[in-house]
Design a protein around this ligand. Structure first.
Ligand SMILES: *Cc1c(COP(=O)(O)O)cnc(C)c1O
Length: 469
């Protein structure tokens, strides 16, 4: 399988190349040169497979020659072994036609584990074969950092340093990072905001000598391998509900557009997806785009669903490229104007194509609390704020045909956002048993002011300490 950049000015690469590169050199994102497609008979033959087997089968065409089928299967089995349920991604029925696809049974209780647990192993395997090592640095306001740390802990070829804003993440989120005491993991609490953390990470990547010395790498959501690892659970849900002989709809609470892009991909691969519903909080750029072709950036506002407090959905560029008939020159020009003007000039034909499949929905904090309460009182289901936006969106935009089930991506465990859930229901959701002692575990992190030289010294000391030979 070869991969192309959405901006058309980077050389094509194989899977290993896009895994290690992340972003293309021309600033674009990688996509398969052609989508693999399965016939209805081939889809039917995949029904009933355990999740790790289905994941390996569906990812094989994307991975190509980089891994043998046996190696890939070994990796998916190892990646999902530590999940809280052997179902890995169980489907819970909420009403006659709505189902929650629970993607939060991994080590950090949010859906990012579904891809990250595999990504850490893919990186380690590829690096070991090349005899290389990398240092992953990242900034987090919460979920991504802990998922990355859990994915990279104890991996031989990887050191990881995660920056978080001191005192500004929730206690659960901080402890999920700082209680990982592995030698190759370091946490840095920066005396500043999340933006300061992000600026420091960007500055480290721009410091070319430092970047090369440390072999810096990122695991952010624009990495194609992350999207690829999210495709199998949509197929898993659709097959369980009767696809390819019955269409399904998906409702996905969205920030960077990565999760919903994977749902879109299963449709390209031949499953009958009737519609894709996108849930946003008050940071509603995608809802405004779908309602009125208004993709314009406003300031980010904090909400009860912080993992969706995003204005620029970086993975949207991949959909844009497809909506434009895979025209890299048009994509590049639109992205250039978006960066320059803060408003994306999407041609009407492409917008119309998008609105034929995608439905946007936005919910403020009051609405989110009301939905959490409604789910608890009406269905006995305890949902986190992100998932609740997904169920509200599903209700607002359910297909007219009641025979089409709607699958809501349940992206976080309610115990990950206990304050919001308690406010809505009066109930404080307990952590699952395997994390019950999180508040008693030893924490380890360093505190530094937001100064590049100090942070680079910290990264250098950390990565060297662990360097073999
Ligand atoms: C990251 C995250 C999202 C948003 O996912 P995207 O791929 O960025 O759209 C939604 N919910 C939770 C709980 C998350 O952690």
């Amino acid at each position: 399988m070869r991969y192309l950049s959405t901006r058309g000015q980077a050389a094509s690469r194989d899977f290993e190349g896009v895994l290690l590169a992340g972003l293309a050199e021309d600033g674009g994102l990688f996509l398969p040169a052609a989508w693999p497609s399965l016939s209805p008979a081939e889809w039917r033959a995949l029904r009933g497979l355990p999740y790790p087997q289905l994941a390996a089968r569906l990812m094989q065409p994307f991975v190509g020659d980089a891994l043998t089928p046996a190696t890939l299967l070994g990796m998916t089995e190892a990646a999902y072994r530590g999940f809280g349920t052997p179902a890995v991604a169980p489907l819970v029925q909420l009403d006659h036609r709505t189902f929650a696809l629970e993607l939060f049974h991994g080590p950090t209780l949010a859906f990012k584990d579904m891809a990250m647990q595999l990504l850490g192993r893919l990186f380690d395997h590829v690096l070991a074969r090349r005899g290389e090592r990398i240092t992953i640095v990242g900034a987090t306001s919460g979920d991504t950092g802990s998922a990355a740390i859990e994915a990279c802990r104890d991996r031989a070829a990887i050191d990881i340093v995660i920056l978080h804003p001191e005192g500004r993440t929730s206690a659960v989120q901080r402890r999920q990072m700082t209680t990982v005491l592995s030698d190759n993991v370091a946490n840095l609490a920066v005396q500043g905001s999340f933006d300061d953390c992000q600026d420091l990470v960007k500055a480290m990547f721009c410091d070319q000598p430092f970047r090369e010395e440390m072999r810096l790498a990122a695991v952010n959501s624009i990495n194609w391998a992350r999207v690829a690892a999210q495709i199998p659970y949509y197929a898993y849900a659709a097959l369980s509900l009767g696809a390819p002989d019955r269409p399904v709809a998906f409702s996905v609470p969205t920030g960077n557009f990565g999760n919903v892009l994977a749902a879109w991909a299963v449709r390209e691969m031949g499953l009958p997806v009737e519609r894709l519903i996108i849930g946003s909080n008050r940071n509603d750029i995608l809802a405004r785009f779908l309602a009125a072709n208004d993709m314009s950036v406003r300031g980010v506002e904090p909400s009860l669903s912080p993992s969706m407090d995003i204005q620029v959905s970086s993975n949207f560029e991949r959909l844009l490229f497809e909506l434009l008939g895979r025209d890299p020159d048009a994509t590049r020009e639109i992205m250039r104007r978006f960066r320059a003007e803060g408003r994306m000039p999407v041609p009407d034909a492409a917008w119309t194509r998008a609105t034929g499949l995608f439905h946007g929905f936005a919910l403020d904090d009051e609405g989110t609390l009301a939905e959490i309460r409604r789910l608890w009182e009406g269905q006995g289901y305890l949902a986190d704020p992100h998932t609740a936006i997904g169920t509200a969106a599903a209700r607002a935009h359910a297909p007219r045909d009641p025979g089409i089930p709607v699958v809501v991506a349940a992206t976080a465990h309610p115990a990950k956002f206990p304050d919001a859930v308690e406010r809505a229901t009066g109930l404080r959701p307990p952590l699952p048993a395997r994390l019950a002692d999180l508040y008693a575990r030893e924490e380890r992190f360093s505190v530094l002011p937001p100064r590049l030289a100090a942070v680079e010294d910290f990264v250098r000391a950390h990565a060297r300490r662990n360097r073999v030979g």
